[in-house]
Write a protein that binds this ligand. Structure first.
Ligand SMILES: NC(=O)c1ccc[n+]([C@@H]2O[C@H](COP(=O)([O-])OP(=O)(O)OC[C@H]3O[C@@H](n4cnc5c(N)ncnc54)[C@H](O)[C@@H]3O)[C@@H](O)[C@H]2O)c1
Length: 425
């Protein structure tokens, strides 16, 4: 017989939570829930990640996360495992990359769903936190239904069901994740209004921002649109930077002057757009609305093309020198983090390395060693900022890490400078 799933803010506090995926999102989420007194099981398919966390350490760079995880593990509130176990709440925070054809790859969500489906019992809550194309939460529901015909699925107009399912997208900013997890407003989209309420009750245990309830499809699109909006605006700035270069006009001055208009706010151009969100999420909209997402597609194309423009510029500068030495400053996709996913800086350095335009001195203070594609190449070396600046003919500033802000300007004046971030203007 169908059960009426009742959550309520008080009932939820006693719940055991399983978080699938202990990455940049899942680990902070696990640690924050644990710090609020919940029993949390963190599940990841990577044994090294599970071992690291169980030893009270972390595998990602995020301010204060190490202390929070250490306290949660030592206090017995957080435990990592390779396999999920019975819980009351299942939070899915696995990757949602896109494939070579720019179509979303939902295989991680499908696998995670398959892992939890056998464990679901009446009254449970499933929350999809992964950034997802419209319809994915419904798809998760269908996948569960196919494996568990014994359970009554939630539906938009069905009052009674055996478990709840909602989408609660993450909007955290790497580098400020722990603060933003708590302070940001949250969108919670349920398959049914009851599903949304259940999930909101859970998140109220730590979220200080407002929690906005909606349906799952709207929540999915709202999250994607946030990043598509950013991508389109950055695309405008990047296109402008290419136009300015063609017309031999200083893009930074142009933007500064245009932004003096009270209703104009042009963003800063850069070497491209990276990361797992802004460079990825617009494709999730485009894939579901191919003929109508014209501006979003154009912005993606402009932003994806920008690394090639920077590469060509450096290559042309190097071609004028004999045995050029090029200092490449930064590999990550943005400042002061260690994340290189979809990084335009990395793409540019890889293109320069492949084209063998000169000796590359790579400076990246946030990583332990060079990524695979740059290892074992005789013309690519890791270097410190000081040694690279002294030895180079060309400086390519790719990421505005804080260490790069105050460099010796006299030294820069003697070099060819390609400053993709406008850090030294
Ligand atoms: N990182 C961010 O700042 C951020 C911000 C907003 C939204 N998101 C979204 O959150 C989701 C997760 O992103 P992330 O940055 O944490 O990714 P991540 O790659 O850092 O972590 C994902 C983790 O999931 C694990 N995993 C893969 N399949 C699994 C499975 N079946 N069961 C258990 N674990 C599994 C991986 O081993 C990995 O450790 C993505 O959809 C992403 O777009 C990320």
């Amino acid at each position: 017989m169908a059960q009426f799933v009742e959550f309520g803010e008080k009932a939820v506090k006693a719940k055991k939570i399983a978080v699938l995926g202990l990455g940049y999102v899942g680990l902070p989420v696990s640690a924050v829930f644990a710090s609020r007194g919940f029993e949390v099981i963190g599940v990841d398919v990577e044994p090294l990640i599970v071992e690291t966390i169980n030893s009270g350490q972390v595998h990602i760079v995020e301010p204060d996360l190490d202390m929070l995880v250490q306290a949660a593990v030592a206090g017995g509130k957080l435990r990592a495992t390779l396999e999920p176990e019975l819980a009351d709440v299942f939070i899915i925070a696995v990757p949602t990359p896109f494939k070579d054809d720019n179509e979303p790859d939902l295989s991680y969500i499908e696998t995670a769903t398959a892992m939890i489906a056998p464990l679901l019992k009446r009254g449970d809550l499933v929350v999809l936190e992964s950034t997802s194309p419209v319809g994915t939460t419904e798809q998760v529901c269908e996948w569960i239904g196919a494996k568990r015909p014994d359970l009554i699925l939630p539906e938009p107009n069905r009052e009674k069901c055996d478990f709840h399912i909602a989408h609660c997208p993450e909007r955290v900013l790497p580098g400020s994740v722990l603060r933003e997890l708590v302070d940001n407003d949250r969108i919670v989209g349920g398959i049914s209004p009851r599903c949304a309420t259940s999930a909101a009750d859970l998140y109220r245990s730590f979220v200080k921002g407002e929690i906005h309830l909606t349906n799952a499809r709207t929540a999915e699109l709202a999250k994607l649109v946030e990043n598509a909006f950013r991508d389109v605006n950055i695309g405008f700035a990047n296109e402008l930077s290419i136009i300015c270069e063609q017309l031999n006009i200083n893009v930074w001055e142009t933007i500064e002057l245009a932004n003096r208009h009270p209703r104009v706010n042009i963003l800063k151009p850069g070497p491209g757009v990276g990361g797992h969100c802004i460079a990825v999420d617009p494709w999730f909209i485009i894939s579901r609305a191919k003929d109508n997402a014209k501006i979003m597609r154009a912005a993606r194309e402009v932003n994806d093309h920008k690394p090639t423009v920077v590469f060509q510029r450096v290559k042309a500068a190097a071609a004028r020198l004999r045995e050029p030495v090029i200092a490449c400053l930064g590999l990550t996709y943005k400042a002061d983090i260690d994340d290189m996913r979809e990084s335009p800086a990395l793409e540019i350095v890889e293109m320069l390395a492949q084209a063998e335009v000169g000796k590359l001195l790579v400076v990246e203070p946030n990583i332990q060693r060079l990524p695979q594609g740059l290892l074992n190449l005789s013309h690519v070396e890791r270097a410190t900022l000081g040694s690279a600046l002294k030895a180079c003919d060309i400086v390519v500033l790719l990421v505005d890490h804080r260490q790069f802000k105050s460099v010796d300007r006299d030294l820069l004046n003697l070099r060819i400078v390609v400053d993709t971030r406008g850090l030294w203007r």
